[in-house]
Design a protein around this ligand. Structure first.
Ligand code: CA
Length: 220
């Protein structure tokens, strides 16, 4: 899950960046509104955490322009305690959720999981598909009732492919979602992770769509 964090407060940004990194997100962090908008319009993310008070372009304007472009990316806004009007304006501009500063990092993580769930069209937290059961809260995965240990990247990749199944995910999109800007991916890394997932679950779980990417069939 690749997340763009847009926060100009360095101490707060570092705290969020570390906490979400430990949670298994690929986190890219920008500190001003104008570069954030550019990144949001040109790259692939699963989620954005957007502070409203930002240099170079405020968060509300970033959000309005993002929605104006037709993007339905889940966005959680961060606002100050006394700024009720900002929260209302943020929700009206297309934010999916908000948190008031200061907030608990555990609550931020839970709200982000809920946003991911809603954007994948699921009401339940647990993902169940083709004998696989994946719990985003604990990141435990089982296959026909047996616990299956996965590396963080294998977990992320499986989560992307199952959110929801039935979509062809291009190689480019999967690589962006898994690695972001901070990690350099070797050219065959994605294939290696796919190979391991097929071995740990079943050979026909993930279909290769030649020249495009990968797909987990909706009904199996
Ligand atoms: Ca700020």
């Amino acid at each position: 899950m690749r997340l763009l964090l847009i926060e100009d407060d360095v101490a707060l940004g570092e705290g969020i960046h570390q906490a979400l990194g430990r949670e298994g997100y690929t986190v890219d962090w920008l500190r001003d509104g104008s570069s954030a908008l550019h990144a949001l319009l040109s790259e692939t993310f699963d989620l954005a955490v957007l502070d409203l008070g930002l240099p170079r372009m405020d968060g509300l304007q970033v959000l309005r322009r993002l929605r104006h472009s037709g993007s339905t990316l889940p966005v959680l806004i961060l606002t100050a305690r006394d700024a009720t009007e900002d929260r209302i304006a943020g929700l009206d501009a297309g934010a999916d959720d908000y948190l008031i500063k200061p907030f608990d990092l555990a609550e931020l993580k839970a709200r982000l999981r809920a946003l991911l769930r809603r954007s994948a069209g699921r009401a339940k937290a647990r993902i169940e598909h083709a004998g696989i059961s994946l719990d985003p809260g604990t990141q435990q995965v089982s296959f026909h009732g047996q616990n299956v240990p996965l590396t963080p990247k294998e977990y992320q990749l499986l989560h992307e492919l199952l959110s929801p199944p039935g979509r062809v995910m291009t190689r480019e999109r999967l690589t962006q979602l898994l690695y972001g800007w901070n990690e350099e991916a070797e050219s065959n890394t994605l294939e290696v992770h796919i190979h391991h997932l097929r071995r740990k679950f079943s050979a026909d779980l993930i279909r290769t769509v030649r020249g495009v990417g990968y797909l987990v069939e909706e009904r199996r």
